[in-house]
Design a protein around this ligand. Structure first.
Ligand code: ATP
Length: 474
C-alpha cells in the first residue's frame, strides 16, 4: 500500500534531487556559482526539451499559427517603441545596515502575507490596496516607512530611498563601448514577433486571425533572484501573439485562456495546484490580463500570463519604424491594426513547476520510495531495460531490445544491482516504464513491463514493447 506525501515537499528537497540526479546545476559551480543562473544537466535538458516540444506542437501544429526564431539582439529602437527603455524597471531599495537589496513591491507583498497569516485581514487588504495604487518610487517608500516594514532577513532596517532600476542587460556591438553601439539582451521574446509581423503575414499568406509563436532565451537583470528556477536572470520563454480583428479580441482572449489552462491539465499537472488570477492593475493599453499560477513549495507564483494587449504593440512599432504594421481584409475591403492576444509562459519556470508537481515520497511495503510522476511525454527517459541477471543470454537479448527502443525513445540500460533497486533508481528520475528480460523471455520471447505509478507488471511479447510504450506516451 502506498501513501503519498508530496504536498509538503520543500524547495530544498527539489533542489537537492535536481542536483543529485543531474537535472539542474548551479551555473559555474566550481567558481562559487553565478547568482540567478542555472545549468540543465543530462536529465534536465531532456525535461526542458520535452516541455518545449509539447508547447511547440500544441501551438504551431495547427493551421493558424506560424513559428519563428528571432535573434536575441535587436535594433535598440525596438525597446524604445516597446516602452522597455522608459519603463521596464522595478523599484529597488537597500538596507543600509544589512547591505541587503530588495524589490520595494516585494517587501510590501511580504508584509501583506505576514498580516494575512496573523489573521489581520482588514489591515492586509488596506495595505494591498495601497500597493496596487502605488506606481512611483516615492509612493513605495512612503508605504514602507509608514508601515515600519523591516528587513525580512534580519528583522531590522534603515532604508535608503526607493530607486527605479531598469532590468535590461546592456551590451555593445563592435569594439567601442559608446552609446551609439549599445544594444540590449532581449528581456522578452515577444518583440521579435511584432517586428516580423509583416514578414510572416506576407510569406505565409495567413489571414487574420492568426498567430506567431517562438521559444527562446530572455534576460532580465532581476534585483533579487531566489526560489531556484522561478526568478533567474537568464531564462527561456515560450510566447505566442495571436492577431485578431478589433472587436473579436474578447472572444479570442477567452479561447486562449482555456487552451493554455488545458495544456497544463493535459500534461498531468495537479489541478488543485493551479489557479487563474486576473490582474488587479492593468497596463494602460491592456484590455484584460490573467495569470495562470502554480502553488510552488514557497507559495503561489505566476507561470504564464495571458493578455489582451489591444493594438498597442503594432501601433507603437508603426509609429517608431514608420512602417505600417496593418492588415488589409480583402473580403470586407477594410484596413486595420490588429489587436493582440498574447500567451507568455516561462519554459524554465514550467520546468520547475513540473518537477515540483511530479515529486512524491511514498512508503511501499515499509520502504521509502521517491518518485517523479512525470507525464510520459515529459519524462526524460521513456523506458529502461534490465536483464534480470548478467548471464544465460539475458544481457544479449536486453542489449538488442535497448538498441531497438533507442531508435524511437530515450531509453536507459541498467544491469547493476537487484531489480528492485533498479526500479527505485528509475522511479526517482521519473522513467514511466521498466522492461525486464528474464528466464521466460529466452523461452517464449516475452518480457515484463512495469508501470512506474501503479508498480504493476504485465507480460508482453518483446517485439511489442515499442508499440506499447509509444501508445502509452501518446
Ligand atoms: P514576474 O511578475 O514574475 O516578474 P512577469 O509578469 O514580468 O513575471 P512576463 O513578462 O509576463 O512575466 O513573462 C512571461 C513569463 O516569463 C512569466 O510568466 C514567467 O513564466 C517567465 N519569466 C519572467 N521573468 C522570469 C524570470 N526572471 N525567471 C524565470 N522566468 C521568468
Amino acid at each position: 500500500m502506498a501513501t503519498t506525501s508530496q504536498t509538503n515537499v520543500t524547495l530544498d528537497t527539489i533542489v537537492s534531487l535536481a542536483k543529485r540526479r543531474g537535472f539542474i546545476f548551479q551555473s559555474s559551480e566550481i567558481y562559487g556559482g553565478l547568482n540567478g543562473c542555472w545549468d540543465y544537466g543530462p536529465l534536465g535538458v531532456e525535461l526542458l526539451r520535452n516541455i518545449k516540444e509539447s508547447w511547440w506542437r500544441a501551438m504551431t501544429y495547427r493551421d493558424d499559427i506560424e513559428g519563428i526564431d528571432a535573434a536575441i539582439l535587436m535594433h535598440p529602437r525596438v525597446w524604445e517603441a516597446s516602452g522597455h527603455v522608459q519603463s521596464f524597471s522595478d523599484p529597488m531599495i537597500d538596507n543600509k545596515i544589512s547591505k541587503k537589496r530588495y524589490r520595494a513591491d516585494h517587501l510590501i507583498e511580504g508584509e501583506i502575507e505576514k498580516l494575512r497569516k496573523k489573521g489581520r485581514t482588514e489591515q492586509a487588504d488596506a495595505l494591498e490596496a495601497k500597493l496596487n495604487a502605488a506606481s512611483d518610487p516615492a509612493e513605495f517608500y512612503q508605504i514602507i516607512i509608514e508601515h515600519q516594514i523591516q528587513d525580512p532577513e534580519t528583522g531590522q532596517a534603515e532604508w535608503t530611498e526607493v530607486r527605479q532600476f531598469n532590468l535590461m542587460f546592456k551590451t555593445y556591438i563592435g569594439p567601442l563601448e559608446e552609446s551609439s553601439s549599445a544594444v540590449y539582451l532581449r528581456p522578452e521574446t515577444a518583440q521579435g514577433i511584432f517586428v516580423n509581423f509583416t514578414n510572416v503575414l506576407q510569406s505565409s499568406r495567413q489571414k487574420v486571425p492568426f498567430g506567431i509563436a517562438q521559444i527562446g532565451k530572455s534576460f532580465r537583470n532581476e534585483i533579487n533572484t531566489k526560489n531556484f528556477l522561478f526568478r533567474t536572470r537568464e531564462f527561456e520563454q515560450m510566447e505566442m501573439q495571436f492577431f485578431v480583428k478589433p472587436g473579436e479580441d474578447a472572444k479570442w482572449y477567452d479561447y486562449w485562456r482555456e487552451q493554455r489552462w488545458n495544456w497544463f491539465r493535459d500534461l498531468g499537472m495537479q489541478m488543485e495546484r493551479l489557479r487563474m488570477k486576473p490582474h488587479e492593475k492593468l497596463a494602460h493599453y491592456a484590455r484584460a490580463a490573467v495569470d495562470i499560477e502554480y502553488q510552488f513549495p514557497f507559495g503561489w507564483g505566476e507561470l504564464e500570463g495571458i493578455h489582451n494587449r489591444s493594438d498597442f504593440d503594432l501601433g507603437r512599432h508603426t509609429e517608431y519604424s514608420g512602417k505600417k504594421l496593418e492588415y488589409f481584409d480583402q473580403v470586407a475591403n477594410e484596413r486595420y491594426t490588429p489587436f493582440v492576444i498574447e500567451t507568455a509562459v516561462g519554459a524554465s519556470r514550467s520546468t520547475m513547476a513540473f518537477l515540483c508537481d511530479a515529486y512524491a515520497e511514498e512508503e511501499v511495503k515499509g520502504e521509502k520510495r521517491n518518485v517523479l510522476r512525470f507525464h510520459p511525454k515529459l519524462a526524460p527517459y521513456k523506458v529502461a531495460v534490465f536483464p534480470l541477471v548478467n548471464k544465460d543470454g539475458m544481457p544479449e537479448f536486453a542489449t538488442k531490445l535497448h538498441g531497438d527502443l533507442q531508435r524511437s525513445f530515450k531509453a536507459f540500460y541498467d544491469d547493476s544491482g537487484a531489480v528492485g533497486r533498479r526500479y527505485r533508481r528509475q522511479d526517482e528520475i521519473g522513467t514511466p516504464f521498466c522492461v525486464t528480460i528474464d528466464g521466460q523471455t529466452l523461452e517464449d520471447g516475452t518480457v515484463t513491463v512495469r508501470d512506474r505509478d501503479t508498480m504493476q507488471q504485465e507480460r508482453i511479447p518483446a517485439e511489442g514493447v515499442g508499440g506499447y510504450v509509444g501508445q502509452r506516451i501518446a
